[in-house]
Design a protein around this ligand. Structure first.
Ligand code: HEC
Length: 129
């Protein structure tokens, strides 16, 4: 009985710890999802990278100052909606929960594109001088 309690308690502690570790989005995991043709349970064979190679064109999609996004089938009100719209329309998958870890990771990846483009722009400026 005591052993069972210890096992149960440690399972709870481990799940709490891992949920807090994974709470923030991770750009690296987002990139893997971005290249995953099975995202949203799709078997269509498309992934985000097919149409947005290396995230190209999404550098300004992180959008803290954005009010709408131009996604696959029109205007969307949030980055999460824009992502889900492309999952459904382009990848022919099913929308993922906007609060899910997968969505947070995808958002983190898209946000990381902006930093990268700023860095590259800074580099360009330097080499142009
Ligand atoms: C079949 C091609 C295709 C696929 C696959 C695709 N997209 Fe798109 N995506 C588009 C098009 C077209 C737009 C509209 C962009 C435009 O007209 O400027 C768009 C727009 C977006 C936007 C909004 C851009 C903005 O800043 O307004 C985001 C974010 C986005 N896609 C993310 C994704 C993600 C994440 C995936 C994978 C789940 C994905 N896309 C898969 C074609 C695609």
């Amino acid at each position: 009985m005591k052993l069972l309690k210890i096992i149960l308690l440690s399972a709870i502690v481990i799940s709490l710890l891992s949920s807090s570790v994974f709470a923030a989005g991770d750009a690296g995991r987002g990139k893997i999802l971005f290249n995953d043709p099975k995202l949203g349970g799709s078997s269509f064979g498309m992934n985000c990278n097919t149409c947005h190679p290396g995230g190209k064109g999404l550098e300004k999609s992180d959008g803290y100052d954005r009010k709408n996004w131009r996604s696959c089938s029109g205007e969307m009100k949030s980055l999460e909606d824009a992502i889900n719209n492309c999952i459904v329309i382009a990848n022919k998958g099913q929308a993922i929960d906007p609060g899910s870890q997968k969505m947070k990771d995808l958002v983190a990846y898209i946000k990381s594109l902006d930093k990268k483009s700023k860095k590259n722009a800074a580099k360009k400026k330097k080499t142009n001088k």
